[in-house]
Design a protein around this ligand. Sequence first.
Ligand code: FEO
Length: 171
Amino acid sequence: MLTEKIENALNHQIGVEEHSSRIYLAMAIWCETHGYPGAANFLYAQSDEERMHMLKLVHYVNDRGGVARLGSLEAPVLSYGSLLEVFQAVLKHEQYVSSEINKVYGLTLEERDYTTGQFMQWYIAEQIEEESTMRGILDKMELAGGERGGIFHIDKELDAMAAASGAAEAE
Ligand code: FEO
């Protein structure tokens, strides 16, 4: 059984993950309509991943005797100045998500809910991986310095990363 505080915190996190999914969907649409098909595929896949993060929480809350609740969400940003700006926003957002996950984890310790604490550790590990992936992409973009050839190459690489993550999921 979840305490009310934990149930509320997990429901808040459901909203954070759902919002992340919509933010990346909006970014994917921007990329697809601005000549970056690889980045679009990468962000569509990222959006799906965030939906999976949300669903994992939904099932956990329901399985532990709570009720998953969906709230209203802020509209995502629809327009960006450049591909670099998109990925800077992704990293910033992931850093925010990490801090929210750490808050939930901290609460599980306060409430001595070690089962939920263990469940949240999956999210902590996932955030480390996502932040590191996004930092890697940003480093490459900064090295390319907005140069057309470099950005074109990064777009291709993002396409390959999206295909690889899709293949891993299908296994
Ligand atoms: Fe599920 Fe990347 O936050």
